[in-house]
Design a protein around this ligand. Structure first.
Ligand code: TNX
Length: 708
């Protein structure tokens, strides 16, 4: 039964992409494909499908430039009003929104009457001296095009206060549409409550990168965040805690608050997906509703930091009926408030539930969801049981799961994903080692966790939905390309405090939720937005990081507290070679394995973490070369004579084998050449544990190092 949702267009679009792309793995693509050059002077994120260089000076705004909307439809006019408001603070202009029936010169023209084959989100944009025209098939595509238009203006246009300067839209000819229909971001408002104003702020930030879905993780052990009239205890009791906090009285969204979020999101063409998590992550519900517990006694609310601590009582018929009644009551209330097509039913992390108990939850929750005319969505564990046709599963596995594919020891994750895929479910891809925004960037990140490894910006960018459930060589995908609905970045918030490697103390600093969200999301959310929007063949890390860097000044102007993460050449940040650095190529970092202190230990490549064993200090020598000393061992990086020989560490002597010449390349990367052999420092592969040798200069990407 395939129902409820029109899906023809997306699947057709997917088929085109699949035909066009032979699907290399992320890494081999980076190593072999020529970078797609961005036609300066602008730097668009996500990268559009096609853009042509246009000669000339671009279109300069004046205080009375009209925003000419070629429709009277309220949604299209709304995009015009939105554009006028977005431009007002920095320019000081209040551009008039006018109705026109024909394209007008010297205007910002928004035309929603474009051809149907643009799809609901596609658009074309032309900008030249005599004006700008954005054409789409409907208001949504205009809105996406307007985000591109903003990025064609100088960075200061994002400023919240008036800047006196000229405002010229760079000349451009762009044609664009998304690769995936679902491009989401999740906020965990259960562990850390985000007030309505902060959710709106985040909606605006995400919309600027063409994110079209906001998934709200509304319930968990640490809190219940949505008022349900029929069960007031869910908010009087269930909303009184957060991770690390007790005593709250308003840490939830009333129906009015929730509607305000939904309509704000709608005005940014963003769909809200509410998540009611079960049958685990349910302590807040079980603290509010006695009948959800086997002893029929309400539990204490929970403000701790653990996961896998709760499960609805599913031991007998009576309690299963209680659970089903509860889910029906909640889903009915949430469905009434939610115009979007999906309700997310959680389903994650319930090892305590037997297969039968788990299936009872999935059946009850999906039955209610379908009865209220919504599409069931859930974490990939839903594949433990039967899922209704048309359901969406959210994949959050990682590299270790991929490694197990096709072996005799496939992980539980791969097994349930396989089972869900075989039932025809569609998938939203949120691989935790790429798309989890609560993973630390590296060892120095103050917030978040690292159970799925560190996620530096490059890692959030260099992966592909079609190989996210494939073997590391890109073959054997468990989820077929045609069953991929899109991509979602997930910002969990169970460790949203400084010093998150340990539990918080009374003196721990808790940033405001927006501060945590911006630090962890920028720049990684834009990277994930591009994964969801841009065709695989037009994505290239080296090109992306140059474009991304140009967005730093935009975020500064907008007051976004982003993390100027390593690996991106942020403007104004001049990096001297002298000093301590990490050395990255092919998305892996030069690594002294285990922080060895022995002479002769061979260096390897490993996932970046910025630990001491991946930190190297460059010290300039009188001949202009550098010694390179590992911080964990104090030993020097040393080369011998022969090509192909391993690079080792050894007690520093200053001999030629321990001196290296550093040459900057046009793209900001470096070659590192032994003063002894004249050969280049070379990674053997982009894989954990790969050897490091010296080789002739072959131009290989694995000889080009980012020195951070
Ligand atoms: C796992 S992945 C969770 C969340 C935690 C997160 C922290 C998944 C569906 N559940 O409960 O917040 O890890 O990274």
């Amino acid at each position: 039964m395939r129902w409820l949702r029109p899906r023809g267009r997306r699947l057709a679009a997917l088929a085109t992409v699949a035909l066009a792309l032979p699907l290399p793995t992320a890494v081999s693509q980076a190593a072999t494909a020529p970078p797609t050059p961005s036609p300066a002077p602008y730097a668009l994120v996500p990268q559009p499908v096609s853009q042509e260089a246009v000669e000339g000076s671009g279109f300069t705004l004046s205080p009375d430039t009209p925003i000419a909307v070629m429709s009277k439809a309220p949604k299209a006019v709304g995009v015009g009003t939105y554009l006028s408001r977005v431009l007002a603070p920095a320019t000081g202009y209040s551009l008039p929104v006018v109705h026109r029936t024909r394209v007008q010169k010297n205007a910002l023209v928004l035309d929603p009457n474009g051809p149907e084959d643009l799809g609901s989100e596609g658009y074309t944009l032309t900008s030249a001296k005599h004006g700008v025209v954005v054409t789409a098939h409907g208001a949504e595509g205009l809105f996406r095009g307007v985000q591109t238009l903003r990025q064609l203006l100088p960075a200061e246009v994002e400023s919240l206060s008036t800047q006196s300067r000229t405002w010229t839209v760079s000349p451009a000819k762009i044609s664009d549409s998304p690769r995936y229909e679902y491009r989401g971001v999740m906020l965990d408002v259960a562990r850390r409550f985000f007030p309505v104003s902060q959710v709106k702020r985040y909606i605006d930030q995400a919309a600027a990168y063409k994110i079209n879905t906001l998934h709200l993780h509304l319930t968990d052990d640490q809190g219940w965040r949505i008022a349900v009239d029929a069960i007031p205890e869910l908010t009087t009791i269930g909303a009184s805690t957060q991770s690390g906090h007790t005593g709250g009285t308003d840490w939830y969204y009333s129906a009015k608050d929730y509607k305000e979020i939904v309509s704000y999101a709608e005005s940014r063409f963003m769909t809200v997906v509410p998540e009611i998590d079960g049958p685990g992550h349910t302590r807040a519900a079980q603290a509010s509703v006695p009948g959800l517990n086997c002893d029929d006694k309400a539990q204490q609310p929970y403000s701790g930091f653990d996961v896998k601590i709760s499960l609805f009582c599913l031991a007998d018929e009576q309690h299963r009926a209680n659970m089903a009644d509860f889910m029906e009551t909640v889903i009915k209330a949430v469905a009434e408030l939610t115009p979007g097509p999906y309700i997310h039913l959680g389903g994650d992390e319930t090892p305590q539930a037997t297969a039968e108990q788990y299936a009872a939850y999935v059946k009850a929750a999906t039955d209610s969801t379908i009865a209220h005319k919504k599409i069931p969505m859930g974490w990939h564990q839903l594949g433990r049981s039967t899922v209704p046709a048309g359901s969406i599963m959210q994949y959050w596995g990682e590299e270790d799961d991929r490694k197990s594919i096709g072996t005799s020891k496939e992980t539980e994750t791969i097994r349930v994903v396989r089972n869900g895929a075989a039932q025809g479910a569609e998938f939203v891809m949120s691989p935790s080692d790429h798309a989890y925004l609560d993973m630390k960037y590296d060892v120095s990140t103050p917030y978040g966790l690292s159970w799925s490894g560190y996620v530096p910006v490059q890692r959030s960018y260099e992966w592909d939905p079609e190989t996210a459930t494939a073997k590391l060589d890109g073959t054997g995908a468990v989820v077929p390309a045609g069953q991929i609905a899109g991509v979602e970045a997930a910002l969990w918030a169970d460790r949203a405090y400084e010093g998150s490697n340990a539990l918080p103390t009374p003196s721990t600093r808790w940033p405001a939720p927006y501060e945590y969200a911006e630090y962890m999301s920028f720049p990684r959310l834009p990277a994930l937005a591009e994964v969801g929007w841009t065709p695989r063949a037009a994505r290239d890390w080296k090109d992306f990081r140059q474009r991304l860097a140009q967005h730093g000044p935009r975020w500064t102007a907008a007051g976004i507290g982003y993390h100027a993460a390593p690996g991106v050449p942020w403007p104004g940040v001049v990096k001297a070679v002298e000093g301590a650095h990490s050395l990255v190529t092919g998305s892996k970092a030069l690594d002294n394995p285990g922080g060895s202190t022995s002479d002769g230990t061979g260096l390897v490549m490993w996932a970046p973490n910025r630990g001491n064993n991946q930190t190297f200090t460059f010290a300039k020598q009188s001949d202009g070369s550098y010694t390179i000393t590992n911080k964990a061992s104090g030993k020097c990086v040393e080369a011998g004579d022969a090509a192909g020989a391993a690079i080792v560490q050894r007690t520093c002597t200053g001999e030629a084998g321990q001196r290296w010449k550093v040459t900057e390349l046009d793209d900001g990367d470096h070659t590192i050449t032994s003063a002894r052999s004249g050969l280049l420092l070379t990674a053997a592969a982009s894989a954990d544990g790969a050897k490091v040798t010296q080789q002739e200069d072959t131009g290989s990407a694995l000889q080009h190092w980012t020195i951070d």
